[in-house]
Design a protein around this ligand. Structure first.
Ligand code: C5P
Length: 223
């Protein structure tokens, strides 16, 4: 395989957590440094692809040559991803998207009034970015290749294979525990319709390079 195996492809990557506002100074979020997604963006760039990275709130430098769009909430990430994916041939969802958001973010800071009463939060479900894009016409016609990630706390293989089918993606990548939030290395398992293959513990950049090489074997050659 030539090192520039994704020439002619446009890869769209989501990375990092999302932040769901409760009021102007508070919110809920997920644990995610964004490192795996940024490493994948770099690997795709090195493979010759045009790369767009949609990032939630993270503290990472944009890889050179990669176009980056910053977002906060899942709804914003959904809107930007839905708009930009029309130009993409590969979509890789690594973001740790919040499943729920407060039903109504308060416009003013919620005050603690000293009575001991606590505010009650109600939640609504966020859109599932990956499932929505994976069920689009482009994905179903084969013009767009979608890849999902899964971080499970137990029964990784069973949960991740079920998730692959539910999301409607040909390839789902499981993070093999223990949780790697913020760390520079990881171990992965690649799950497709045929079965699964493990990628031994290595730096996130090495794994990203291997993953991009694997994806390149599954998509049409355009270069
Ligand atoms: O359902 P779960 O969050 O475990 O699925 C993980 C996969 O789905 C990841 O690829 C994640 O980026 C994606 N996802 C998404 N939108 C959501 C929830 C998850 O794109 N609202």
């Amino acid at each position: 395989l030539s090192p520039k195996k994704l020439v002619g492809h446009h890869v769209l990557v989501t990375a990092g957590p999302t932040f769901e506002a409760i009021d102007p100074v508070r919110g809920i979020t997920n644990l995610s440094s964004g490192k795996m997604g940024f490493a994948i963006a770099r690997a795709a760039r090195d493979a010759g692809a045009r790369v767009t990275l949609i990032a939630g709130p993270v503290h990472l430098q944009t890889p050179r040559g990669v176009q980056r769009v910053d977002v906060q909430s899942a709804q914003q990430m959904f809107d930007v991803a839905t708009a930009l994916v029309t130009e993409a041939s590969i979509f890789i969802a690594t973001a740790a998207v919040a499943d729920w958001r407060p039903a109504q973010a308060s416009e003013q800071k919620i005050k603690k009034d000293g009575s001991g009463e606590v505010p009650a939060l109600t939640f609504v479900e966020n859109p599932d970015i990956l499932a929505s894009i994976a069920h689009s016409r482009a994905a179903e016609s084969g013009a767009l290749f979608c890849v999902g990630f899964a971080a499970e706390s137990e029964n990784l293989l069973a949960h991740a294979s079920a998730k692959r089918k539910r999301k409607g993606v040909p390839l789902l990548v499981g993070n093999i525990g223990p949780a790697t939030f913020g760390q520079d290395d990881n171990a992965l398992v690649l799950i497709d319709a045929e079965g699964h293959r493990e990628m031994a513990r290595a730096s996130k950049q090495v794994l990203a390079d291997e993953l991009i090489a694997d994806i390149a074997r599954r998509v049409p050659v355009k270069g």
